[in-house]
Design a protein around this ligand. Structure first.
Ligand code: PNW
Length: 449
C-alpha cells in the first residue's frame, strides 16, 4: 500500500471551455469567434472538424451537471463565450447569452458546485479580429468592458474568476507557430499580443477591485518543464529559455512588474521588442488572489544553433507518451510548482488543468482508460509532494470533464473522464471517472491499487 492523502480542505474539480463543448454556434444571437472562422478554413483543423455542435452542452448542461454532482466535485471550471455576450465584441449586449449563463450558473449552485469562470478561453469575437484582434490595444479595453459586465451581472454568484487562459497559447502558439486561431506566423505580432493579454488581465483585475465586486481573481498560464540533456551550460541555458518562455515571460510581469531580462535580451537578438507603454507594467503588476496552473508535459532539451526561436531542441529519450504524443513527466509538475513558489512567493494555486489524452473507446458500456488513471495518480503524487514542500495548493481541477473539440486536433483526441459519442452525443463514464469519484470521496488514493 502506498496511500497518497490530501488535506480535507483540498478542493476538487473538473474543467472545460465554451468553444470545446457548447455547440449551438448560431443560436440565441451568438456572434462568430475566430475559432468558427479558423475551423472552417480548410486544412486548419484535423478532419475539417468544428465546434458547431461539439458536446452540445448548451442544450445538455443539466445532464452534464448531474454527472458532475455524482462525481462529487466542489468546483467546475467553464468559460464564457465572449461572442455570446457581445456578438460584435463590444457595444450591444445579447441578453439571451447572459440568460444562458445565468441559468447554467444557477443550476450549478443549486447542485452545490462552485462555478470558476474563465473569461477568455480563446474564442475572440471575429468582429474584433477584423479590427486587428489582440494586436490592437482597443481589444484590451473591449475585454475589460466585457469582464466588468460579467462581474456586475454575476456579482455574488460567481466568486472565482480567471481572466485569460494560457496566454502563451493565445500569443505564441496562435500567432507565431500558427497552429491555433487566428493562425499567423509572426514573432513580433505574437510578442505584442502576449503583452496586450497581460494588460487585458491587469485591466480586468482593476475593474473587479474598483467596482467593489465580490470574488477572487487570477489567470491561468500554461507551464511545461525542461530537463537539460547534459550539464553543459549551453544546454542548461536552452532549458531555461524553453521553460522561461512559459513561466518567467508570463509570471514576472504579473508578480515582479517587469519582463525577464534574459528573455528580453534573447528576443531582442531575434529583432523583437515588447511594446510597453507608460503605466502598463503597473496595471499588469497587481496583486491577484490566486494563480491557475495548467500542466501537462515535460521534455529533455538541449542547445541547437538556429533551432526555432530559442535555439533549443527537444530530445526524445524514450519517455512514455499519451495518445497526444506528449511525454508523461510528473516530476516536471513538482519542479515547476516548487520553482513558482520559490520565485513568486506562496501565492494560492489552483491546478486549473491537468490530464491526459487517451483515445480508449466504449466496449460493452465501459471505457477502460487505465492510462489516464495512471497519469492522474502520478501527477497527484507529484502535487502532494509539492504541497508537502510548502507550495500553497488550494485545489485540483482535471482536464477535462468531457471528451471535446480538441482545437487543431478536432474530435480525434480525447481528454475527458467522460466519453462522448460525437454522433449520438451520448455520455459514458470512463473508468477514470469512477476512480476520480472515489478519490474525491476518500480524499486519498492508493498508488498501487
Ligand atoms: C490546453 N501546446 O491547450 C487548453 O487550455 C485546453 O483547452 C486544451 O484542450 C488542453 O490544454 C489539451 O490540449 C493546449 O501545443 C494546447 O503546447 C496546446 C498546447 C498547450 C496547451
Amino acid at each position: 500500500m502506498a496511500i497518497i492523502q490530501f488535506p480535507k480542505e483540498m478542493r476538487w474539480g473538473a474543467a472545460t471551455a465554451a468553444y470545446q463543448i457548447e455547440g449551438a454556434a448560431t443560436e440565441d444571437g451568438r456572434g462568430l469567434s475566430i475559432w468558427d472562422t479558423f475551423a472552417k478554413t480548410p486544412g486548419k483543423v484535423l478532419n475539417g472538424d468544428n465546434g458547431d455542435v461539439a458536446c452540445d452542452s448548451y442544450h445538455r448542461y443539466e445532464e452534464d451537471i448531474a454527472l458532475m454532482k455524482e462525481l462529487g466535485i466542489d468546483i467546475y471550471r467553464f468559460s464564457v463565450s465572449w461572442p455570446r455576450i457581445f456578438p460584435n465584441g463590444t457595444g450591444e449586449i445579447n441578453e439571451k447569452g447572459l440568460q444562458f449563463y445565468h441559468d447554467f450558473v444557477d443550476a450549478l449552485l443549486a447542485n452545490g458546485i462552485e462555478p470558476m469562470c474563465t473569461l477568455y478561453h480563446w474564442d475572440l469575437p471575429q468582429a474584433l479580429q477584423d479590427k486587428g484582434g489582440w494586436e490592437n490595444r482597443e481589444t484590451v479595453d473591449a475585454f475589460a468592458d466585457y469582464a466588468e459586465l460579467m462581474f456586475k451581472e454575476f456579482n455574488g454568484k460567481i466568486k472565482k474568476w480567471i481572466t485569460i487562459n494560457e496566454p502563451w497559447c493565445v500569443s505564441f502558439l496562435s500567432n507565431f507557430i500558427g497552429l491555433h486561431a487566428p493562425g499567423f506566423q509572426n514573432l513580433q505580432l505574437a510578442t505584442t499580443i502576449s503583452h496586450h493579454l497581460l494588460l487585458a488581465h491587469g485591466k480586468a483585475v482593476s475593474r473587479l477591485r474598483d467596482g467593489g465586486y465580490e470574488g477572487e481573481i487570477g489567470y491561468a498560464p500554461n507551464t511545461e518543464w525542461n530537463e537539460p540533456f547534459s550539464n553543459k551550460q549551453e544546454d542548461i541555458d536552452a532549458c531555461n529559455r524553453a521553460t522561461g518562455w512559459f513561466v518567467e515571460w508570463f509570471f514576472d510581469p504579473v508578480f515582479k512588474g517587469s519582463y525577464p531580462q534574459f528573455m528580453v535580451e534573447w528576443f531582442e537578438k531575434k529583432g523583437v521588442t515588447v511594446p510597453v507603454q507608460e503605466g502598463d507594467m503597473d496595471i499588469i503588476n497587481q496583486e491577484i488572489d490566486f494563480v491557475g496552473i495548467n500542466y501537462y508535459t515535460g521534455s529533455v532539451t538541449r542547445y541547437k544553433e538556429n533551432d526555432g526561436l530559442l535555439d533549443a531542441e527537444k530530445v526524445d529519450i524514450g519517455y512514455e507518451k499519451t495518445d497526444f504524443d506528449w511525454n508523461i513527466y510528473p516530476e516536471g509538475f513538482y519542479k515547476v510548482l516548487t520553482k513558482i513558489n520559490e520565485q513568486y512567493g506562496s501565492v494560492p494555486i489552483y491546478i486549473t488543468e491537468n490530464g491526459a489524452c487517451y483515445n480508449d473507446g466504449v466496449e460493452n458500456g465501459r471505457v477502460k482508460d487505465q492510462g489516464r488513471i495512471d497519469y492522474l495518480k502520478q501527477h497527484l503524487t507529484s502535487l502532494k509532494r509539492a504541497m508537502d514542500s510548502g507550495v500553497n495548493i488550494k485545489g485540483y481541477l482535471t482536464w477535462s470533464l468531457l471528451d471535446n473539440f480538441e482545437w487543431a486536433e478536432g474530435y480525434d483526441k480525447r481528454f475527458g473522464i467522460i466519453h462522448v459519442d460525437f454522433n449520438t452525443l451520448e455520455r459514458t463514464k470512463k473508468d477514470s471517472y469512477y476512480w476520480y469519484k472515489q478519490t474525491i470521496k476518500n480524499g486519498f488514493f492508493d498508488m498501487f491499487y
